[in-house]
Design a protein around this ligand. Structure first.
Ligand SMILES: N[C@@H](CCC(=O)N[C@@H](CS)C(=O)NCC(=O)O)C(=O)O
Length: 204
């Protein structure tokens, strides 16, 4: 299978981390939709990445669907609980929080690259505040535990990591590590994982 993406997209990073963590053989193709000739338009009518192309040509999108599909391919590890509806909901809720951070950070990014006179400061402030509030929340939820949910790695950890890497890229002025030392320690522990190391080496 082939994962089409870009090294800056946090949603792509989440999908890539799932494939790497589960050791699922795939080719990673950097081919962002900002290039009008990107192959992504042939596979995903939305023209969005990540897009996972299966060997029979089936295209899987978007990142939560890719994560859920990929998680069914093997059990090493299981990233989304299978037999416990509440535990599954909690992991997916972490994913929603992480995706929400990404969504808001992208709104801020898109505003900031507009000419200064066209930027909507209210919109920027709204989304910066949403990110701050959500970081406060996830840091509190994590506490001193090793994993976001349960007693092993899950999609929750991979999604949150992807959101934080994106914040480092687009909001380097945001000192979330000082604000949340527990999140910082968790991030550093996550950074020792082989799949995470590969992904972190893929920036820009
Ligand atoms: N909800 C989608 C979001 C995907 C998305 O918006 N991807 C962005 C990149 S971060 C994209 O492809 N935008 C189109 C573009 O860059 O032209 C997911 O989780 O996969």
């Amino acid at each position: 299978m082939k994962l089409i993406g870009s090294n800056t997209s946090p949603y792509v990073r989440k999908a890539r981390l799932v494939l790497l963590e589960k050791n699922i053989a795939h080719t990673y193709l950097v081919d962002p939709p900002s290039d009008p000739d990107s192959v992504v338009y042939r596979f995903n009518p939305l023209g969005r990445i990540p897009a996972l192309i299966l060997d029979d040509g089936t295209c899987v999108f978007d990142s939560p669907v890719i994560a859920e599909y990929a998680d069914t391919l093997n059990d090493t590890p299981i990233l989304i609980p299978r037999n416990n509806a509440l535990a599954k909901m909690r992991v997916k809720r972490w994913e929603a929080l992480a995706d929400g951070i990404m969504d808001s950070a992208i709104v801020v990014r898109n505003e900031r690259i507009r000419p200064a006179e066209k930027q909507e400061q209210n919109n920027i402030d709204l989304h910066l505040t949403a990110v701050t509030r959500t970081l406060d929340h996830v840091a509190e939820q994590l506490g001193e535990r090793q994993w976001c949910e349960g007693d092993s790695i899950s999609l929750a950890d991979l999604a949150l990591l992807s959101a934080l890497v994106y914040l480092d890229l687009r909001q380097p002025e945001r000192d979330w590590r000082s604000a949340h030392p527990n999140l910082s320690a968790w991030f550093n522990r996550m950074g020792t994982r082989p799949g995470v190391k590969i992904s972190l080496a893929e920036q820009t």
